[in-house]
Design a protein around this ligand. Structure first.
Ligand code: NAP
Length: 279
């Protein structure tokens, strides 16, 4: 199987390694707008060769779009214009706008919308990791609009990476990811900003930083190039979740002002229920 990966960063690069290691692909062609990224990807053996988009597509059986979600929205119709029998998938963190964009494309059935729920706060080909996807889940969206053959190939691809597949509608996916992923990033960006603003002596932050602070602000290291397009595309859902989160923070504030530590205690106990879902 020859696979082209467009966007050879954290996700595209990690996929390149894993698809070769698993035996799903015997040749990976990388496409990226940045020649430095392609050089790094070749040196790290994330890809076997670099090629322009048209060449890569014409020589592949499977095409993976692993660029930021705004770039997927622009590139996907172009990629579908160029394919014949190739199967196309994207790995974008939002789905509704992307699905809407190619809804009526004549090659729509060759495309499968996916979101592998795996990642780190780092980006670029240097951040690619072997085993990134193993044991995690991958969301397939609106599969009824894809051909069963295309879905079978993409299912085989993700199973080769060791992922479990979950099926959702595109709109439903965007609501769920606003809760489980997008809000945690906003909250981490906000906490990092709050602490950086308050604590002028940065050295002291690092001296005092324990595991708790480090793990809560870990996501604040994530790149704006990837996250701004996600917030743009999932703005309405993120706003809903953010309003709820702000209300909860305001409730904590009010309990502290009123010195109502009994209710605060109860709320922490309620929040501890998360252990049942995430042991
Ligand atoms: P990344 O590390 O920044 O990699 C993206 C790569 O695509 C970079 O090499 C970037 O080049 C390149 N690129 C950007 N626009 C392009 C274009 N128009 N044409 C060709 N190449 C282009 O980002 P990532 O974390 O791998 O994310 C890629 C996709 O995976 C996104 O859609 C994201 O939503 C999704 N995703 C991310 C995670 C995560 O945790 N990071 C998890 C699941 C899914 P430059 O360096 O020049 O920008």
């Amino acid at each position: 199987m020859i696979v082209s990966i467009i966007g050879i960063g954290l996700i595209g690069g990690s996929m390149g390694i894993a698809l070769k290691e698993s035996g799903f692909a015997n040749h990976i062609i990388g496409v990226d707008r940045d020649p430095d990224n392609l050089d790094k990807a070749l040196r790290r053996r994330l890809i076997d060769e670099a090629a322009p988009l048209e060449v890569a597509i014409s020589r592949s059986e499977v095409v993976v779009l692993a660029v930021p979600v705004n770039a997927i929205e622009d590139l996907l119709p172009r990629v579908l214009d160029l394919i014949g029998s190739q199967v196309v998938l994207d790995v974008g963190s939002t789905k509704r706008n992307i699905l809407q964009r190619i809804r009526l494309h004549p090659q729509r059935r060759q495309y499968v919308a996916t979101h592998p729920m795996a990642g780190t706060e780092f980006s670029g080909p240097e951040a690619a990791l072997p085993g990134l996807f193993s044991g995690k889940c991958c969301v397939f969206c609106d599969v009824e609009a894809s051909s069963p053959d295309a879905v079978a190939v993409v299912k085989w691809l993700y199973e080769a990476l060791g992922m479990q597949i979950v099926y959702l509608g595109g709109g439903e996916h965007d609501v769920h990811t606003a809760y489980v992923s997008h809000i945690s990033h906003i909250s981490s960006f906000a906490l990092a900003l709050t602490v950086l603003k308050k604590e002028e002596d940065e050295k002291r932050i690092f001296e005092l930083a324990s595991g708790g602070f480090g793990s809560t602000v870990r996501l604040a290291k994530s790149s704006p190039q990837m996250w701004i397009p996600i917030f743009e595309q999932n703005r309405d859902n993120v706003l809903d979740v953010l309003d709820e989160h702000i209300n909860t923070l305001a409730q904590f504030r009010s309990l502290l002002i009123k010195k109502d530590f009994k209710t605060f205690h109860q709320l922490i106990e309620q929040s501890n229920q998360i252990k049942k879902i995430l042991p």
